[in-house]
Structure formats: structure tokens, C-alpha cells
Design a binder for this molecule. Structure first.
Ligand SMILES: NC(=O)c1ccc[n+]([C@@H]2O[C@H](COP(=O)([O-])OP(=O)(O)OC[C@H]3O[C@@H](n4cnc5c(N)ncnc54)[C@H](O)[C@@H]3O)[C@@H](O)[C@H]2O)c1
Length: 397
């Protein structure tokens, strides 16, 4: 079938298999140019099919030459509906990863469930023995309680005061006004339940109990802080509370893993175009200004550049892992540079419908957004028929 983008409210509901394949290959080709990191044999990535998690899996496979297990929750094609981009990405990952000569397995299912944790542990025991690095990169709007089956949704809300701001309509490239209401205590608690550290802890607990974590294991989960302009909705809002919980969990996990000298980190990453970030009000406008400023200064990075730097300069830095005073890794260091943030503030305060295309990298944002779903990828013939249904490699169980 001929596959075209179908866009609604900053989300795209179709994906293109050949386009996704090319974007995955581009990331792999970049990582192949980097020096190897030695000593990491087996890597588990939870949330491995798109965004930061996909780049983490690619860096594990080619930068560290490790075996990988990737966990994600993606849908296959059905009728006229295409598969989700994460499935196309993962099929492409498996295809190219065959050349590494290492083992790479994918599990498509709900990472919050007991079954997927058990299936993962059984696979690790059978194929790998022990895991040296666990990357936790889930972004999900809801979580099913593994014991009761109850589904809890998270809330994108402010805390205390309502918030009026502008955001960018990705389809039209125009500014729109939005207004967000403050969350109730219950909505804050639900957001922390869905996006906080509890499930990360449950993964580490289950892996540790099954004795599949190696001595000196490392685990990292991803967080965001961001600028003052998005603080009411992000860092000081409901998601910020969830991220604080995630950051607290890192300290708890370090204590729990002390007997195997395990270390847990939160890495604060740069704001980037991903499926998760495009859905957060005000963030697309901020990111399109950020892209303009960082590209002008030669500082722009995509997920793959961020994670390659995280692994080389931070997590596996021979002189120790550099962190801030709260123990967090800061690969948002370039985004948060004073000169970068001062320029963004000036633009943010003065931007209007007339100046938006001059001061925002709308074209860059739109291109990266469409490429998340395999569209607008140079060299792909979008008038050609594509087979929307794909298959992951079978598991050796
Ligand atoms: N995008 C940004 O700007 C940014 C910046 C800093 C930190 N982060 C953080 O990085 C992490 C990953 O975010 P992203 O932007 O790469 O998101 P993303 O939407 O690109 O990826 C989310 C991943 O989670 C998986 N997933 C979702 N629900 C699942 C479930 N129930 N079971 C198994 N897998 C599931 C998806 O399949 C996908 O692989 C998040 O913690 C996010 O807060 C993102």
C-alpha cells in the first residue's frame, strides 16, 4: 500500500517501514565511526524502539559491541492501519544487527507487567547469563497495575496555578495559545505512579532476585529539567514530580545493589523531538527555538549523539562518572549553557506570528518530527507500494 502521513494534534498515526529503516541505518552508520567502549557485554534496554531508548540500543550494539535485549510496546499493521514506527525501527535494528555477530533479542509487550519481566529474565538466563547495563527509557501516558489490572492515566498539568502559554502547531507551523489547569493531588499521584521510579525499581528488584545482574552493573534512567519557559508545565508540573521520584529512586537503587557494587544513575538529557516530547504543550515551541540557537552555535545533537556522549564521556568514563551535586548525569549541559538560554529567553519574549519562521527552526522540527515516523526521509520513494506488516525475529524459547 502507499503510505502517507496522517497527522492530528501533534501526533502522526501512520508510519513508513522503508523510511524508518533508513533513519535507523543513519544512526548505526554514525555510531560505527566512533571508538569502541570495552567491557560491557550484555545490555538490557526497556523502551528500546524509539527516541532515546532506540539510540541507547544502537550505541550498545555498535559502540560497545554488546549483546542486547530490547523491550518495547508497539503494534503491528492491521487492515489499512500501518504498524507503529517503533516496530519498523526494531525490525530494521534486528536486520542490521545481524552483521554484529552478537545476540540481539526483542520482546514486544507491556514492560509494566510481571509476565514481560519474567519472560525477559528467562531469556537473559538462557542466552546471556548476566546483564552489565540496564537502560530504562519508557515514556508512556498510562500504566496497568501488574497485580490488579487497573489502568492509571497520567496528567499533563501544572501544580498550583493555571498556565497560559503558546505552543507550536507542528502541522501548520503556526503559534497557538493554550491554557492548562492545575492538577489535583490525586492527578499528581497518578502521574507519579505512571512516570515515576516505581517500575524501574520493580525491574531492578526482579533482575536482582533472579541473580542476573553482574557485579559492577550499571543502570540509567532518563530525565529532563529544561528551561524556565516550560517549567510550569514540565519541571514544576505533574511530570516534574514524576521525574523527582525517578531521581530519588536512583539513590534507593544504589543502596539496594550495594552488595554487587551496582550503580544507578539518572541522566538528564537534552530536549529533543520525540513522540513523547511532541505531545507536551509549549515544548515543541521551545524545542524549535532551541534547535535554531544550538544549530547556529554548532551545538545541535540528536538522540544518537546524546547517548553516544553519555556512554563515552559519562557512564563509562575511565576517570569516574561526572555528575552534578545531586548525583545526576547532565548531558543537557550544552542546552542549559548560559549563552544558549539567554538567547532563547530573548526570542521567546519577542516571538510573534510574523517572526516565528525567522527565530524558530520550524523546518528542522517538522523534518525531525516526520522522520520519527519514517516520512520526509531523503531517498525513499513515497509513491511506491510498501508492505505494512512486518515480523520481529522469533525468540529462542
Ligand atoms: N524527548 C525528550 O526531549 C526527552 C528529554 C529528556 C529526557 N527524556 C526522557 O527519555 C525517556 C524516553 O523518552 P523518549 O522521548 O525517547 O520517548 P519515546 O516516546 O520516543 O519512547 C518511548 C519508549 O517506551 C516504550 N514504551 C512505552 N510504553 C511501554 C510499555 N508499557 N511497555 C514497554 N515499552 C513501552 C515505547 O515502545 C518506546 O520504545 C523518558 O523518560 C523521557 O522523559 C526525553
Amino acid at each position: 500500500m502507499i503510505i502517507k502521513p496522517m497527522l492530528r494534534s501533534n501526533m502522526c498515526f501512520t508510519s513508513h517501514p522503508e523510511g524508518c529503516d533508513k533513519i535507523v541505518k543513519e544512526q548505526i552508520d554514525y555510531v560505527k565511526t566512533l571508538p569502541t567502549i570495552d567491557g560491557v557485554k550484555n545490555v538490557l534496554v526497556v523502551g528500546a524502539s524509539t527516541g532515546y531508548g532506540l539510540s541507547s540500543r544502537i550505541c550498545a550494539a555498535w559502540q560497545m559491541k554488546a549483546n542486547t535485549v530490547g523491550i518495547f510496546f508497539e503494534r503491528n499493521a492491521e487492515g489499512t492501519r500501518t504498524a507503529s514506527a517503533g516496530l519498523y525501527n526494531s525490525v530494521a535494528f534486528e536486520k542490521y544487527a545481524a552483521e554484529t555477530g552478537n545476540k540481539h533479542y526483542s520482546i514486544n509487550g507491556d514492560a509494566f507487567s510481571h509476565e514481560i519481566k519474567k519472560q525477559t529474565i528467562d531469556l537473559i538466563k538462557k542466552e546471556f547469563g548476566k546483564i552489565d547495563l540496564v537502560v530504562y527509557s519508557i515514556a508512556s501516558p498510562k500504566r496497568t497495575n501488574p497485580d490488579t489490572g487497573e489502568v492509571t492515566a497520567s496528567f499533563l498539568r501544572t501544580i498550583g496555578e493555571p498556565f497560559n502559554t503558546r505552543t507550536l502547531n507542528i502541522n501548520t507551523g503556526k503559534l497557538t495559545q493554550i491554557s492548562l489547569n492545575p492538577a489535583t493531588e490525586e492527578e499528581i499521584a497518578k502521574t507519579v505512579y505512571v512516570m515515576g521510579g516505581e517500575d524501574w525499581k520493580m525491574w531492578i528488584d526482579a533482575l536482582q532476585k533472579a541473580d542476573v545482574l553482574s557485579d559492577n552493573v550499571k543502570t540509567v534512567a532518563y530525565s529532563y529539567i529544561g528551561p524556565k519557559q516550560t517549567a510550569p508545565i514540565y519541571r514544576n508540573g505533574t511530570i516534574g514530580k514524576a521525574k523527582e521520584d525517578l531521581e530519588r529512586t536512583a539513590h534507593e537503587l544504589c543502596e539496594k545493589m550495594a552488595d554487587i557494587n551496582g550503580k544507578a544513575y539518572v541522566s538528564v538529557n537534552k530536549g529533543l523531538v520525540t513522540q513523547a516530547s511532541s505531545a507536551i504543550p509549549a515544548v515543541p515551541l521551545y524545542i524549535s527555538i532551541l534547535y535554531k540557537v544550538m544549530k547556529n552555535k554548532g551545538l545541535h545533537e540528536k538522540c544518537i549523539h546524546q547517548i553516544a556522549r553519555l556512554f563515552k564521556d559519562f557512564l563509562y568514563n575511565k576517570d569516574g562518572v561526572p555528575t552534578d551535586e545531586e548525583g545526576r548525569i547532565r548531558i543537557d549541559d550544552w542546552e542549559m549553557r548560559e549563552d544558549v538560554q539567554n538567547e532563547i529567553s530573548k526570542i521567546w519574549d519577542n516571538i510573534s506570528d510574523e517572526t516565528v519562521s525567522q527565530y524558530c527552526d520550524i523546518a528542522g522540527f517538522q523534518e525531525e518530527f516526520f522522520q520519527l515516523f519514517g516520512f520526509e526521509v531523503p531517498g525513499v520513494d513515497y509513491e511506491k507500494d510498501s508492505e505494512p506488516s512486518v515480523q520481529l525475529n522469533p525468540l529462542p524459547l
